[in-house]
Design a binder for this molecule. Structure first.
Ligand code: EPU
Length: 424
């Protein structure tokens, strides 16, 4: 068990410097899955060196592919990735393993997988996946906790209307649809930049996809022609957003580089409403802590709304706003549990139901030893520890490592005293 030990700044806005953003976790994972459907060799650049990329690589190797990732570059060879069973131990480690069901179905017409694991954010069902494959002519069966989907003669064309907007379901059927025998139309799709990035990657390999970035995506039958050019992963808007929020909390002047401010519209608008001065260029955001932070009514929403993945970091900022803020989490039904630990640190947060909380501020925070429950709440605890009075130990550092590359090195470069310890 690894901890991150953070010396809090007792609320003093002392952090300064530049911080550079890596490629997006939630873009590289679907693109790696897409590479399995393509069946040739793919080179990805600007790949974040995070644990989830290695787990996805190991899953692809379990299917017969070959993946090497180093120095922010992945080489993925999938000519022989003909396996149809996802390694259950690895698949349970990350929810994004479900993306491979689309790729394996596209290739082989049959896939067996366990219920995917990943962050505990609520119920996280897979009904959109099983229902969607059935709409494209597949049969679904369950045995020994594994789900098998089979379409003996390949997937058919058809229309899928997602009853809930889902990022990975949209991406899975974009991948699966590339090899269906007829046109696949997806309705009520997620519009995240990562969905568009996956479409760009698949199109570069010969896929015929249109409408990505809108609620309706159409995939026409096509043949892949693996593209020898490398494909660059877009910057991670959630990593960028997390550091921008840190700048609003404790920044003398923090400059977040290599990001796409256009993908952060909802966050930048929320910060401006709180009185934070945010200076955005085409690929950077400069932010510092204002004298007063104003309260906010925050509501998470699918893109382009406020991202649920920034809800916990933003809650830490709201503990420092003058007055009462409200938080409405509309995407997941278990993503406010972490607030109990912020209360133990001195925050005044009332949770009314699994979706709604109010936060009264400003409250000074006291250092605590706490374990992060998931990637984003873990990062939020690092922010809370940074502003607190005293030294905190944040456990479950491996969860933060799933989504953030070299986190302590980056925070240290801004002036925070933080080190990693292993429980002996
Ligand atoms: N849902 C269903 N049925 C399904 C699938 C999803 O009801 O079969 C529901 C979920 O329960 C949830 C809603 O749909 O209420 C939206 O969830 P979604 O499926 O969009 O989430 P996801 O695709 O599993 C991705 C990101 C998450 C991010 C969410 C929401 C990846 C690999 N993961 O998850 O990222 O929180 O979209 O934006 O893209 C993270 O990076 O820390 C993370 C959790």
């Amino acid at each position: 068990m690894e901890y991150l030990v953070v010396e809090g700044l007792s609320g003093e806005a002392r952090l300064a410097g530049d911080i550079s953003i890596e490629g997006a976790k939630n873009a590289v994972l679907p693109i790696m899955a897409g590479a399995v459907a393509v069946g040739g060799e793919t080179t990805l650049t600007n790949v974040p060196m995070i644990a989830d990329v290695h787990t996805m690589g190991a899953l692809i190797e379990g299917l017969g592919g070959y993946v090497t990732t180093k120095d922010h570059q992945s080489s993925i060879r999938t000519k022989d990735a003909n396996g149809t069973v996802l390694d259950p131990t690895l698949a349970k480690r990350l929810r994004a393993s479900v993306l491979l069901t689309g790729a394996v179905m596209a290739r082989s017409g049959r896939v067996t997988f366990p219920h995917p694991g990943g962050c505990v954010l609520g119920s996280r069902p897979i009904d959109l996946f099983t229902d969607g494959f059935q709409k494209l002519g597949a049969l679904v069966s369950y045995q020994d906790e594994a789900t098998t989907i089979e379409a003996q003669n390949g997937l058919l064309g058809g229309e899928i209307f997602f009853k809930v907007v889902s990022v990975t379901a949209t991406e899975t059927f974009m991948i699966a649809g590339t090899r269906a025998t007829g046109v696949v139309t997806l309705k009520n799709c997620a519009m995240e930049p990562e969905v568009v990035a996956l479409a760009n990657y698949l199109r570069a390999q010969g896929a015929r996809i249109s409408g990505d970035g809108t609620p309706t995506i159409v995939i026409e039958p096509s043949h892949f022609e693996p593209n020898p050019d490398s494909f660059a992963i877009l910057p991670d808007r959630i990593e960028a957003g997390s550091f921008i929020i840190l700048g609003a909390l404790l920044g003398k002047e923090v400059r977040v580089l290599n990001c796409v401010p256009e993908h952060l519209g909802a966050l930048l608008e929320a910060l401006r409403q709180m009185g934070v001065s945010v200076l955005a260029t085409r690929d950077s955001v400069t932010v510092s802590r204002p004298d007063r932070l104003l309260p906010l009514e925050l509501r998470t929403h699918e893109y382009p709304g406020f991202p649920t993945d920034l809800q916990a970091p933003m809650a830490v900022l709201l503990t420092q706003a003058e007055g009462e803020s409200s938080l409405l989490e509309t995407v997941f039904d278990g993503r406010l549990n972490y607030t109990q630990d912020l209360v133990r640190m001195g925050a005044d947060i009332q949770v009314w139901n699994p979706h709604k909380a109010t936060i009264k501020g400003p409250t000074p925070l006291k250092a605590r030893d706490i374990d992060g429950p998931d990637i984003r709440a873990g990062l939020a605890f690092l922010l809370a520890a940074s502003i607190a009075n005293g030294t905190s130990k944040i456990g479950n550092a491996h969860l933060i490592d799933r989504g953030y590359e070299r986190i302590e090195e980056k925070l240290e470069s801004l002036g925070l005293v933080i080190k990693r310890e292993t429980a002996g």
